[in-house]
Design a protein around this ligand. Structure first.
Ligand SMILES: *Cc1c(COP(=O)(O)O)cnc(C)c1O
Length: 413
């Protein structure tokens, strides 16, 4: 990218930015929650829109001079509605966790009971973990995945729901590789009169790209980040039924946040515009094909994949059959220029800081244009790195191969 002013004015910071740009260019990103936003999205972020205060909503602001911002926010809302078939959208949440805080605030009182997926079974911190605001403010009870199949156990969800009578049921994950039975969750919630909340942070792009089922038409409220598979700027949105619009808006502002980040709202509008194009369907499809090809290659090489495969953009690799743990794998891969995140496996015998697996995701490599052939090749390199983890010369050689691969598949710029 061009940074005329930064380069002249602040060489110290500029050097770090260039270094990071180079790192991203030369290394392979397999962190399932990361992606490369398009140059148009990046441009929208670096605009004068960042200068403006716009507390409130289009047509109802607490500051003057917002008639242009109203236009931009309305455009973002209309595009998101179309993309996800949503009745109401709030595009102001600053990120996924604050969006979830606003959802809970809109529907619950502190101390209310909520049912969510366990963190070590693939859930997110903001779904009731004890160190997170969600676990401290609300009374979370948790469901998990079936020990044998690695799939969310809908029988268990129902059993816990009927016994505990939560006010809200949360479906969604950060590390789960199978389709979610949205209708199954909805049916269980209806039996006990609970609200349904889907957090589609990870899979929003695959839903927008029509590859996975969309919970928005059937759930009460849905949140998503915009920077993961959706490939937009860092941020989030909340979608809900029209009857909940007012309480959701009030929870975001003035409940949780002050002024929205208008530059990010504009960048969200750009990203939604991109996701509405037919090319985005191709991208989403390819992202899944790549994840499936890579998971299969690991299975062929004797690794264990939680749930045995994937329906989406990620999978969790259980490294225990190879006598490794997640942190070690993460370190070895960093040496060869691949980023992954360590991950717990269901009922992990190891502690969360050093869990038994890694989470591998294909959204970023697919944005670079890589296909199944490259996905398999990358799995091969990763396996070679694990097998030769003490061999610095071999690791150096693999680092060169990754760099070469990255030079053939550039980040769109
Ligand atoms: C990433 C994620 C979030 C949080 O998003 P941030 O923008 O990092 O706050 C929330 N929920 C789920 C399921 C996620 O995967």
């Amino acid at each position: 990218m061009l940074y005329n002013h930064l380069e002249k004015q602040d060489s110290e910071l500029f050097a770090s930015i260039l270094k990071e740009e180079k790192r991203q260019e030369n290394e392979l990103e397999l962190i399932a929650s990361e992606n490369y936003a398009s140059p148009a999205v990046m441009e929208a972020m670096a605009t004068v829109l960042a200068n403006k205060y716009s507390e409130g909503y289009p047509g109802k602001r607490y500051y003057g001079g917002n008639y242009v911002i109203d236009e931009i926010e309305t455009l973002a809302i209309e595009r998101a509605k179309k993309l996800f078939e949503a009745e109401h959208v709030n595009v102001q949440p600053l990120s996924g966790s604050p969006a979830n805080a606003a959802v809970y605030m809109a529907f619950l009182n502190p101390g209310d009971k909520v049912l969510g997926l366990k963190l070590d079974h693939g859930g997110h911190l903001s779904h009731g973990h004890s160190v997170n605001f969600s676990g401290r403010l609300y009374n979370f009870v948790q469901y998990g995945v079936d020990e044998k199949t690695g799939l969310i156990d809908m029988e268990e969800v129902r059993r816990i729901a009927l016994a505990e009578k939560p006010k809200m049921i949360v479906a969604g994950f950060s590390a789960y590789s199978r389709e979610i039975d949205w209708q199954g969750f909805k049916d269980i919630a209806d039996e006990i009169g609970a609200y349904t909340f889907a957090d589609i942070a990870h899979i929003a792009g695959l839903i927008a790209g029509k590859q996975l089922k969309n919970p928005v038409p059937i759930f009460d409220v849905v949140s998503t980040t915009t920077h993961k598979t959706l490939r937009g700027p860092r941020g989030a949105i909340i979608m809900c039924k029209e009857k909940f619009a007012k309480q959701v808006n009030s929870a975001v502002f003035p409940g949780m946040q002050g002024g929205p980040h208008n530059n990010m709202t504009a960048a969200k509008a750009v990203a939604f515009g991109e996701a509405l194009k037919p090319e985005f369907e191709e991208y989403s499809k390819q992202t899944i094909l790549n994840a499936q090809a890579m998971a299969q290659e690991f299975l062929n090489r004797g690794y264990k994949v939680v749930s045995g495969g994937t329906d989406n953009h990620l999978f969790v690799l259980d490294l225990s059959p190879k006598g490794m743990v997640g942190k070690e794998a993460e370190k070895v891969l960093e040496k060869i220029g691949i980023s992954v995140s360590r991950s717990t496996i269901p009922n992990d015998p190891n502690p969360p800081m050093n869990p038994s697996g890694i989470r591998v995701g294909t959204p970023a490599m697919t944005t670079r244009g890589m296909k199944e052939e490259e996905a398999k090749l990358v799995a091969t390199y990763m396996d070679e790195a694990f097998v030769n983890r003490e061999d610095e010369i071999k690791l150096e050689e693999l680092k060169g191969k990754i760099k070469e691969l990255c030079s053939r598949f550039k980040i769109p710029s």
